[in-house]
Write a protein that binds this ligand. Structure first.
Ligand code: SF4
Ligand code: SF4
Length: 360
């Protein structure tokens, strides 16, 4: 099944191929995985100059079918000169003469956004490449929906790539409706990852993958891996997004996801009810309350507490919490975080509740 990627007019498969992990595979194995995706109807391929040799592998696998594919890559450079060189380098690595989409990579705070947008910044280079015919469309990626909302309001971007998954719903609040209104295409990334930002800096033990074999996750998403993949993808497909970009490492993973996409025909009433979660006045993980003078990772504590409270992932949340460097009980109630929170959250009180549920 395909959907329109906003005003680009591109028809993209609802399951997209994320190219990050193929950099860990041998060249031949990576080509097999990419090609299997193409054979199963996936036509949206997302990669990045930063992702090792992912671009070379994607390009080689799709060489003879390039015109049937939408290829999106990214530049993480912020100056015009460097970004322009990145685009040329990506074209070389992919072995193509035109990118469907170039995305500004990792626009995660206002400062980075301004740097990219200013005269001589990376956006200018993307526009130059577009006027020269090397690029068709320009997109933006990041982990902070409030920053991406500012980016797309400039009307400079044709699409946006942002994390959306069963446990990560911030983008659904403001960014997705805004993008829809502006005609900006929406690609959802990280459908299987509970780590959505570099603020979640615990030790990653246990794993932050929604597909990991945690009893709590099995209870929420299904007993076997195929069920968990299915539920996780169907949750995102039920949102107003054009494509769900999942990172693949094997042909089996591709086959599982492609089957979900190819059989997708809307969600059932039962799914609608189970996908609905009452988040209340929750932490949006914007990070604007940081740093805390006591070194408490406020967004991580509140996120893990939400897993506990809203999604009933009690043991998993407690174990994730244990991996944090500083416990929330180190809070001196100075109130600095509350002054900075744009959502006026009662952070001190929320931390007290988190301590009760996660520490005791
Ligand atoms: S109130 Fe607590 S969590 Fe907030 S900034 Fe002060 S010490 Fe940190
Ligand atoms: S507590 Fe407020 S400022 Fe801090 S991350 Fe959450 S929403 Fe943002």
């Amino acid at each position: 099944m395909k959907r329109l990627l906003g005003r680009t007019g591109l028809e993209v498969s609802i399951i997209g191929f994320g190219g990050t992990w193929i950099s860990e595979l041998s060249f031949e194995e990576a080509k097999r995985v990419v090609r299997r995706a193409y054979e199963l109807g996936i036509n949206y391929f997302d990669t990045a100059k930063l992702d090792g040799d992912s671009e070379e592998k994607l390009g080689a696998a799709l060489k003879d079918v390039r015109d049937n594919c939408v290829i999106a890559t990214k530049t993480a450079s912020r100056t015009g000169g460097e970004a322009y060189d990145d685009i040329k380098c990506s074209l070389r690595r992919l072995g193509i003469d035109r990118l469907d989409i170039i995305q500004l990579h990792g626009i995660d705070d206002d400062k980075t956004l301004l740097k990219a947008l200013r005269p001589g910044g990376s956006l200018e280079a993307c526009k130059k490449a577009r006027s020269e015919g090397f690029v068709d469309f320009i997109g933006v990626t990041g982990h902070k929906p409030h920053v991406l909302a500012k980016a797309i309001k400039t009307q400079e971007f044709d699409m946006v790539l942002v994390p959306i998954n069963y446990l990560t719903r911030q983008a659904l609040e403001e960014l997705v409706p805004l993008a829809k209104e502006l005609g900006v295409g929406i690609a959802a990334m990280k459908p299987f990852s509970a780590k959505t930002s570099n603020l979640i800096t615990c030790l990653y033990r246990p794993s932050l993958s929604l597909l990991s074999d945690e009893p709590d996750l099995r209870h929420l998403l299904g007993d076997d891996i195929a069920s968990r993949v299915r539920v996780a993808l169907r949750f995102v497909l039920a949102q107003d997004v054009s494509t769900v970009v999942a990172g693949f490492k094997s042909t089996q993973e591709v086959e599982l996801a492609a089957e979900v996409g190819n059989s997708y025909n809307g969600i059932t009433e039962e799914e609608k009810a189970s996908f609905n979660a009452k988040l209340g006045n929750y932490c949006r993980d914007c990070g604007l309350c940081m740093p805390c003078p006591e070194n408490i990772n406020i967004p991580a504590v509140l996120r893990f507490h939400m897993f506990h409270e809203v999604f009933n992932l009690k043991n998993w949340a407690r174990r994730l919490y244990k991996g944090l460097e500083t416990p929330a009980s180190a809070c001196t109630k100075c109130g600095e975080c509350e002054k900075k929170c744009p959502y006026n959250l009662p952070v001190k009180l929320m931390l007290e509740k988190a301590i009760l549920d996660l520490e005791t």
